[in-house]
Ligand binder design. Structure first.
Ligand code: 13P
Ligand code: SF4
Length: 357
């Protein structure tokens, strides 16, 4: 039963003590979050992986790219464990290293590799955290950097100081929304995809481009739409609409504010007057915030279509199974990034950790 499962998790954690640290992303279901030592957004969890170098094992309740990142940043002898190996991310899967290399080769053919008079190279690659370790390694090798949804603008500034333009992957929406807010016109953001490399973009437009967007998207966030926001405004005059920057541009434009999962949490925590919040992000987080802040009315812009199905694959049963494995001296579901990829990926991640607004 459910109670038994929770008792098993608690017992294993008690036996393991400081030997294990359990990390949980905000999108995890409540039955998992209640066992996490740290809960946070992807940036906070990357840092959390560094704060416990004494732990033998980091159990990452999140998705595959997050566990890879924790493995890259943690000590070599620390085991990073993903309770269910099928917890991937459909957005991360939309950019594979061969296609990124193909795009990069085309960019080199177009713009060469020589810096301009200000010392800025033609293109700086920027990958969203939601990508495979191989892509982070690609960025590390090519003067690029990683970003998360909480530091995308800071990271783009970093990149514009060093490059004439940015190749941003995999999330077109985070790239477009962030660059637009920084004043980059839409016509300077052509999009690349393997099937339709430049989507009919002219050579002049490519030359003037500032951000080259990859065609990827989050299948959860792209389902939010403007009609939902209009309905929320009609139903609740004065509602505050906050959405995640993985939402399409017209949704971000129609909202009052946008930001990472931690931004959303902080905005609600900071509201002093009872407020109605309509939120455009994963429903497990929104429901938890609604329970945590009963003085406010908090709802998901669409609660039916917006759980992240891969985050949901971390079931408490798997958590119990990997923790009990550790008790028995067995590391189950270890995520290990080979050093030839981890080395350059670490360079790109450390650039991000060092980039400050
Ligand atoms: P953040 O945790 O950076 O807000 O990202 C949301 C997300 O989609 C993670 O997969
Ligand atoms: Fe990937 Fe979207 Fe799920 Fe985040 S919410 S893990 S981007 S599919």
């Amino acid at each position: 039963s459910k109670d038994e499962l929770h008792a098993r998790i608690r017992a294993a954690k008690k036996t393991l003590g400081e030997r294990v640290v359990v990390l949980g992303h905000f999108y995890q279901r409540d039955e998992v979050v209640e066992h996490a030592d740290f809960v946070g957004d992807s940036f906070q969890l990357a840092n959390a992986a560094l704060t416990r170098p004494d732990a033998e094992a980091i159990v990452f309740c999140g998705v595959h790219f997050m566990a890879e990142t924790a493995d890259i940043l943690s000590r070599d002898d620390q085991a990073v464990i993903l309770p269910n190996l099928a917890a991937g991310c459909s957005m991360a899967d939309m950019a594979d290293i061969d296609s990124v290399q193909e795009c990069w080769d085309q960019l080199e053919d177009l713009f060469g590799t020589e810096p301009d008079a200000d010392g800025r190279v033609p293109v700086i690659p920027v990958t969203y955290m939601n990508s495979s370790a191989a892509l982070k390694g690609f960025c590390g090798e090519h003067g690029g950097i990683v970003c998360t949804s909480s530091n995308a603008a800071t990271v783009l500034e970093w990149a514009f100081e060093r490059g004439q333009r940015v190749l941003f992957f995999p999330d077109q929406h985070l790239g477009r929304n962030t660059a637009k807010a920084m004043g980059v016109p839409l016509e300077q953001m052509p999009m690349w995809s393997p099937r339709k490399p430049w989507g009919g973009t002219s050579p002049e437009t490519l030359r003037d481009s500032r951000v080259i967007l990859w065609h990827g998207f989050c299948s959860v966030h792209r389902r939010f739409n403007v009609a939902q926001i209009e309905k929320a405004r009609a139903d609740y005059p004065g509602v505050r609409v906050i959405v995640h920057p993985e939402c399409p541009m017209e949704v971000v434009d129609a909202a009052d504010e946008y930001g990472s999962t931690d931004y959303i949490r902080k905005a609600i925590a900071a509201a002093t007057e009872p407020t109605v919040f309509a939120i455009g992000t994963e429903v497990n987080l929104v429901n938890r915030l609604a329970a945590e802040y009963p003085q406010h009315t908090i709802f998901c812009l669409d609660p039916v279509i917006c759980p992240c199905s891969t985050m949901y694959r971390i079931h408490p049963g798997y958590l119990a199974w990997v923790l009990e494995g550790l008790v028995e001296g067995e590391v189950r579901n270890r995520i290990e990034v080979s050093e030839d990829v981890a080395g350059p990926a670490r360079v790109a991640l450390e650039r991000m950790l060092a980039a400050r607004p």
